[in-house]
Design a protein around this ligand. Structure first.
Ligand SMILES: [Zn+2]
Length: 253
């Protein structure tokens, strides 16, 4: 009996999550490696399905290292190179680095303005970004202050700024016309309402994460990320009967 009930639930969750088609996707993330950890499997799937995916990485990643004596410029160059390599694995066409100082973000008008420029430049149907609020039930890393700032600034950039011709009018002079985003997906630690089956792309996600060598192979940081990621996505997938899944909050704008 219990089993039968579970299948019914899975069916309804599955139809709720019917794969939509997107031509252009913009992933707006705070740090190098965030897109891969948060949505790497979905990104690979969207790209395989024909979407042109672009990354916007807001900070330079310069506070992410363990060695305070390492030059910022050296670390920034490493992080950019690794991010480009990871994006390539997933089929991402372009990576834009906005160059904000890592750890110093606020969801202010300047950040909104710069994200609106990216939205108007790439005209995405779908934007993937961070949760614009602290997730108390998630590990602390998920709610890095830069993630909160990017999440909030991106939501404001999607609505109302990007679509509003009277917002940030200097962008019109640069040739960036208003654009309406159709959907926003936010990787969700707990109760996401949209699961993406990443069974066919999990290996690509892991391969892409491994490109962030300076982050996942830090000396002294002994954690088996591959084991952890497989376990997490297996658990998330169970709800819909998927081998592995990423969980999102899906917002139809
Ligand atoms: Zn991050």
């Amino acid at each position: 009996m219990a089993k039968k009930k579970k299948v019914t639930r899975a069916r309804s969750a599955s139809s709720n999550g019917k794969a939509p088609k997107f031509d252009r996707v913009l992933v707006v993330s705070a740090h190098p490696d965030d897109p891969e950890f948060g949505s790497g499997g979905a990104v690979a799937k969207l790209a395989k399905d024909g979407a042109k995916v672009t990354y916007v990485i807001v900070t330079d990643g310069s506070q992410g290292g363990e060695d305070p004596r390492q030059k910022d410029s050296e670390l920034v160059a490493i992080r950019e190179k690794e991010q480009r390599a990871a994006a390539k694995v997933l089929g991402v066409k372009k990576v834009e680095f906005l160059g904000y100082k890592d750890g110093h973000l606020a969801p202010n008008l300047k950040l909104r303005h710069d994200i609106v420029r990216m939205i108007r430049k790439y005209k995405p149907d779908l934007v993937i970004t961070h949760l614009p609020g602290r997730a108390i039930d998630a590990p602390m890393g998920a709610s890095h202050p830069d993630h909160l700032a990017v999440g909030e600034a991106t939501m404001a950039a999607v609505y109302p700024d990007s679509r509003n011709p009277r917002a940030f009018r200097s962008l019109l002079k640069e040739g960036f016309e208003p654009h309406i985003v159709k959907e926003v997906w936010i990787p969700y630690w707990t109760s996401g309402d949209y699961l993406v089956d990443i069974t066919p792309t999990l290996d690509l996600k892991l391969e892409a994460i491994k490109k962030h060598k300076s982050q996942v192979a830090k000396p002294g940081l002994e954690w088996d990320f591959e084991k952890w990621i497989r376990k997490r996505h297996r658990e998330v997938g169970k709800k819909n009967g998927y081998g592995y899944a990423e969980s999102f909050k899906r917002i139809k704008v």
